[in-house]
Design a protein around this ligand. Structure first.
Ligand SMILES: [Zn+2]
Length: 248
């Protein structure tokens, strides 16, 4: 999306490590919705809903910062991190062209999420919190954070361009064939198949999966067009799963 339009539709909420964190207006709608949905059950429930939103987006920010730090180290210019109700988006300029760079930038986000999950599991074990069965919206905080970050890590590793796993796949294919356009077409084909599976599965299980499937389907097409005009990109538009960001 165009820089000026993005700036108009989002507000800067913080600047950490020289990177602006911007919040899209739709994210504010999510916050209002959570407070409103929980207001009937008392202020403690509303507060707990808000704490959960903060926890979700702190997890997303750690994931995005991991992308940004590696991207910078490899010569990219980081514009900002945009928070959307479906997750975070690291906006990069001057994307490194080498497949090895794309591989490193893409893979580090999910690895950071899985690292957070390991820390949450360790905390849960130390403090005797129940980590099983999987839970996101209720139960011990250690368990919720562990499962949230497992979800963020694993879901983003799905080989569906433009998600992180799709970028990892494209970079691996490119390293094999030394041809970015062919690698992108192959990765795009796999992404579209996965998108159709997500949309079909989402109809039966979870509407957010439909939403993410459409995002992947359209995103794969724009990645294919983008290889024709290199130099722009975003590292891992990162829609987390349905549950991790849906209004409670
Ligand atoms: Zn990512």
């Amino acid at each position: 999306m165009a820089q000026d339009r993005r700036t108009r539709s989002s507000i800067r909420v913080a600047r950490i490590g020289g990177i602006d964190i911007r919040m899209h207006w739709t994210f504010l709608v999510l916050v209002v919705l959570v407070v409103w949905l929980n207001s009937g059950s008392g202020s403690a429930t509303a507060a707990s809903g808000l704490v959960w939103i903060v926890a979700v987006f702190s997890s997303v920010l750690v994931h995005e910062y991991a992308h940004c730090v590696v991207a910078r180290r490899r010569g990219a210019v980081v514009q900002d991190i945009l928070l959307l109700p479906i997750g975070g988006l690291s906006q990069l300029e001057k994307m490194p062209e080498r497949a090895a760079d794309e591989f490193a930038i893409a893979v580090v986000g999910p690895l950071a999420s899985l690292g957070l999950a390991v820390i949450a599991v360790a905390g849960g074990l130390v403090f005797g919190a129940h980590l099983w069965p999987p839970t996101l919206f209720a139960g011990p905080w250690f368990a919720r954070l562990a499962w949230l970050n497992i979800l963020l890590g694993v879901f983003n590793l799905l080989p569906a361009l433009p998600m992180d796993g799709g970028r990892v796949l494209r970079a691996a294919l490119e390293q094999h064939d030394h041809d970015r356009i062919t690698a992108t077409r192959q990765a795009g084909k796999i992404a579209r198949i996965l998108a159709v599976v997500m949309i079909a599965g989402g109809v039966f299980y979870d509407f957010w999966l439909v939403f993410i499937g459409v995002f992947v389907y359209l995103g794969a097409g724009s990645e294919e067009r983008a290889v024709q005009r290199p130099g722009q990109g975003s590292a891992g538009p990162r829609p987390p799963s349905a549950q991790s960001s849906s209004p409670e």
